[in-house]
Design a protein around this ligand. Structure first.
Ligand code: PMP
Length: 414
């Protein structure tokens, strides 16, 4: 007999219990945390994983025969497979641990980039990149005499792909593009960009900082050549993240940092490199945070991810419609395909003043340029107020936010 389809209703109030910080009372007021694009909050299991490691089995990995070192090594090594599964890489050898997205982009620029980019080449980024996906390429361009080109965007904050064929000309040797723009919420049509780049054998790096917590990422389906992300935006700790790279590219790249772990043998006559991925991981790794990143992935695998995503989209649509009813508000970034990030400006009121007013009510939003100064310049604004949601946020929080925003506008409009 056919089973009836029962949808697992996403219980936001139940999920919130997993995040101890959501019970904090800044200034004695319930915390409304709408700064998730800057960093997400951490479930208790992630905090426990950190404390547990330091309390019970802190030891360096891969170097000791003793009990603690073996336990730490097992826990640490097991996370590479978890990360592989999380983004569906073909092999765990394609996963390199780094400090986060920023270090990931720098790693690829300093290794693949230094080896393959020559004078006169161009590197292509988009108009909506975070500084960390611009500046490492500018540094490389300066060193090599190469040039940075930019895929433009329209006034909704969507990429304009009309000129893509021209930009992917014979000089173009690398594309580095964000999956989801942190300042606008735009989700980019990566399949098109990657397919067109690959027609010309140009590799593509995807900045997945904003995507991993909000989309299912499948690097094999995307067919990107590199994918970089930070654990702290996906319920994990700060100071850790990963670079995914296709194995044949990683095999061909020179090392990043020199030191212990990344070598096979060292002598004063010459040194040989360790295998991928260890070739890129010099020194004692960030053991505790790798283990806690693994706990974050376990947590993702334990929740109803479809329900979590639906919750975020519902919050996005709800808040967007309420903001649209406030005449002084202008939303910056109105792409058709958006993640749960809303940037906006308010007529005659400074974004920072709004942010400070909301803070006194316990509401955490971000104000400013969001490390995306070229985006702000494009829109001709000094900065925005940004509310960014995670599945643990609620409609009631949005109601309170809108009520307080209206008060702020009344009080502060000059
Ligand atoms: N890219 C994007 C799209 C981001 O949102 C961020 C973080 N705001 C980064 C890169 C940089 O990430 P991290 O600071 O964790 O290295």
């Amino acid at each position: 007999m056919e089973q009836p389809l029962v949808k697992n209703a996403f219980d936001v109030l139940e999920v919130r219990k997993d995040f101890p910080i959501l019970s904090e009372l800044p200034y004695g007021k319930p915390l409304v945390y709408f700064d998730n694009a800057a960093t997400s909050q951490k479930p208790q299991v992630v905090i426990d994983a950190l404390v547990n490691y330091y309390t019970h089995y802190n030891a360096n990995v891969h170097r000791g025969v003793h009990f603690l070192s073996q336990k730490a090594s097992d826990a640490f090594d097991g996370v590479r497979e978890k990360v592989r599964g999380f983004i569906n890489a073909a092999s765990e050898r394609e996963i390199i641990f780094v400090r986060g997205t920023t270090e990931g982009v720098n790693l690829v620029a300093a290794t693949y980039g230094r080896k393959n980019i020559q004078q006169g080449d161009t590197i292509l980024v988009s108009a909506m990149e975070h500084h960390s996906n611009i500046v490492p390429w500018q540094l490389l361009c300066e060193e090599k005499g190469a040039r940075l080109n930019v895929i433009p965007m329209n006034d909704r904050g969507e990429l304009v792909l009309d000129t893509l064929d021209e930009l992917l000309n014979d000089n173009c040797k690398f594309v580095s593009i964000t999956h989801t723009a942190n300042s606008l919420g735009t989700i980019n049509p990566l399949e098109t960009v990657i397919a067109k780049a690959h027609e010309r054998n140009i590799p593509v790096l995807v900045d997945g900082a904003q995507a991993v917590a909000h989309e299912y990422v499948d690097v094999q389906a995307l067919d990107c050549d590199f994918f970089v992300f930070s654990a702290h935006k996906m319920l994990g700790p700060t100071g850790i993240g990963a670079v995914y790279g296709k194995l044949h590219l990683l095999e061909d790249m020179p090392p990043y940092h020199g030191g212990g772990e990344m070598i096979k043998s060292v002598s004063f006559k010459g040194t040989t490199w360790n295998d991928v991925p260890y070739k890129f991981e010099a020194g004692t790794p960030n053991i505790a945070d790798v283990i806690a990143m693994g706990a974050a992935i376990d947590y993702w695998n334990s929740i109803d991810r479809v329900g979590a995503h639906e919750q975020e989209i519902e919050l996005l649509n709800y808040c967007t419609s309420l903001l649209a009813d406030i005449p002084a508000v202008r939303i910056i970034g109105t792409a058709k395909n958006k993640a749960a990030v809303i940037s906006f400006v308010v007529d005659k009121v400074n974004a920072m003043d709004i942010g400070m007013f909301l803070d006194t009510k316990g509401i955490a939003v971000r104000t400013g340029q969001h490390c995306a100064e070229p985006v702000m310049d494009w829109f001709g604004i000094p900065g925005t107020i940004r509310a960014s949601f995670m599945f643990y946020n609620t409609k009631e929080e949005i109601d309170f936010f809108i009520e307080q925003l209206k008060k702020a506008i009344q009080l502060l409009a000059v």
